[in-house]
Design a protein around this ligand. Structure first.
Ligand code: ADP
Ligand code: GLC
Length: 521
């Protein structure tokens, strides 16, 4: 077997630092790969409090001439995940409240420097540091690590391969081109064929442009991002790299998200074989949120970032109508984000006391109890690269209403409103199209009506709770991708590139970016 050693570089990893699904995905993927004996280390910034969460922390190197000043490289192990970490410590950059933004939600003004420093640290490790194992491959995630593939090429480290995974194309990391010197971006990349877009330095574009392979987290999203509607301005570049773009769907951590073992449910754990305790979880959730105690109510949860990506602006229009139309409907909302949307939801809460309640904030325990107590999860998205939350809900027997985009189109099975009712026996949730409030209302209505068909609902719950969304298949695909890059001749063929699934005719004429490097590199 080919010997690969991977350095995973990311802006977050649960439980050390998490703002959303990226943190879950990094740890889930790294743990699953590690359990399959794929050697790896995860690199993160040493945000406030992170070092204290690791054991056996020690300094392995001092990194000088870095963006933002000298940094220490610390090594340690996470007791919960068992993963080995390298932390980039520069307190002036990372020891502050909030990962990407401060407590008021304002982005840190020096984020460009903070994540340029992370990328430089990864490249120093790739170049070789005494006492630190040198990786054969760096796996960069999202814009936070986007400069890594470019800097590897700038350092002429051609023996260290790079994979860029896109978890969310909407966040690209755009900074003034005047910062290119500070970030150590070479002259040859400061143009539209390189790391520039819209006159700015674009970290994610740099990653997509210069990585050996690009992956994204679901089949549908891998096709969507090559279209203008979902490509966030980078669809042409992505089409040009179609032959190197692979969809590798995420999984979920089915140990952490398991109603039979979940410590957040205390004595009310349950499983697909015996759902009796789910009723206790529902009563507890109604108490926790101040909803009217009523086990007969249909309790619909919403637990996500309160943003337009998650169609909260549409929900603000659709929820009052749903509450008016269905007197037995209750809504529990957990989330934080756009203050305007938070405010609009709180106004609905005021209008429907005892029937609609919200917890504005971020709380891991409530997120677990929300799925355990709910009958339905509303998870609407204008785009959803993968969508872990609906799969967590499914594990807990809360059936998701999702949008037919990205990962949700791949994971939620719904024969649709026009199929005979009996066809829903193969469903594990509901899907709707577009972002019209009427479409969302109609989907809520369908779910409420379906819940009235008790046996059918139970079958759908069983489908949802027993579906296998673990990391196993992703592990095989990543391991084979790593091997194919590091020792091409010894590897199995990796997964089919995304371009092959959309028909490659349209993209075959575009140049492959890997072949267009300037001769100076
Ligand atoms: P995204 O990463 O786009 O937000 P995902 O559904 O893939 O979407 O992942 C979201 C993750 O963030 C889930 O683990 C979810 O439970 C968590 N999450 C989102 N908002 C909150 C919140 N307010 N409190 C606790 N967890 C949250
Ligand atoms: C991003 C996406 C989400 C995905 C997560 C993990 O945050 O918005 O859909 O599940 O990353 O890949």
């Amino acid at each position: 077997m080919a010997k690969t050693r991977t350095l995973i570089v990311a802006g977050e990893a649960f439980p050390l630092a998490k703002t959303g699904g990226l943190g879950d995905a990094i740890t889930g993927m790294a743990r699953a790969l590690s359990e399959a004996r794929v050697p790896l280390t995860v690199m993160l910034p040493a945000y406030r409090g992170v070092t204290a969460k690791l054991k056996r922390v020690h300094t392995v190197a001092t990194l000088t001439d870095m963006p933002g000043g000298d940094a220490s490289l610390l090594a340690g192990t996470c007791p919960q995940s068992g993963l080995d970490y390298l932390l980039v410590q520069n307190d002036a950059l990372y020891d502050r409240a909030g990962i990407y933004a401060d407590e008021s939600g304002a982005e840190h003004p020096d984020n460009g420097t903070r994540y340029a420093a992370l990328a430089h640290a990864a490249v120093r490790v790739a170049a070789g540091l005494p006492g630190v194992l040198r990786p054969t491959l760096v796996h960069a995630h999202d814009w936070h690590a986007g400069l890594v593939p470019l800097l590897l090429r700038a350092a002429r480290l051609h023996d260290v391969k790079s994979v860029m995974t896109i978890h969310n194309l909407a966040f690209q990391g755009l900074f003034p081109m005047e910062c290119a010197d500070l970030y150590g971006v070479p002259d040859w990349a400061r143009n539209d064929d390189g790391a520039q877009a819209w006159g700015k330095l674009n970290f994610l574009k740099a990653g997509i442009r210069y990585a050996d392979r690009v992956t994204t987290v679901s089949h549908t999203y891998s096709r969507e991002i090559m279209t203008p509607a979902f490509g966030c301005g980078l669809d042409e570049l992505l089409r040009s790299r179609a032959g190197d773009l692979l969809p590798i769907p995420n999984g979920i951590d089915d140990v952490l998200w398991n109603p039979a073992r979940d410590p957040y449910l205390r004595s009310h754990r349950y499983s697909v074989r015996d759902l009796a305790n789910k009723a206790y979880c529902k009563a507890a959730l109604q108490r926790e949120f101040g909803l009217r105690p009523d086990l007969g109510a249909t309790l619909m949860a919403m637990g996500n970032r309160l943003t337009e990506q998650k169609m909260v602006d549409v929900a603000v229009q659709a929820l009052p109508e749903a509450l008016d139309r269905h007197p037995g409907l209750q809504i529990a909302i957990l989330g934080q984000g756009d203050h305007r949307l938070e405010q609009a939801l709180l106004e609905i809460v005021d209008r429907y006391p005892g029937r609609c309640a919200a917890h504005i904030g971020y709380d891991e325990g409530i997120a677990h109890r929300l799925h355990a107590g709910a009958d339905i999860l509303l998870h609407a998205s204008r785009f959803e690269p993968f969508g872990l939350t609906p799969l967590y809900a499914m594990r807990y027997g809360a059936l998701p209403i999702g949008s037919r985009v990205g990962g949700m189109a791949d994971t939620i099975e719904d024969p649709g409103p026009r199929a005979p009712l009996s066809a829903m026996a193969s469903a594990n949730g509901l899907l709707f199209d577009g972002d019209a409030p009427q479409a969302m209302s109609a989907a809520i209505e369908r779910a409420v009506n379906l819940r009235g068909h008790h046996l059918l609902w139970r079958i759908m719950q069983r489908n949802a709770m027993t579906a296998d969304f673990g990391w196993r298949s992703a592990v095989g695909l990543y391991a084979s991708l790593y091997r194919s890059l590091v020792e091409p001749e010894s590897a199995n063929a990796p997964a089919a590139p995304a371009g092959q699934q959309v028909g490659r005719g349209a993209v075959a004429r575009l140049p492959r970016s890997g072949g267009a490097m300037p001769a100076t590199i």
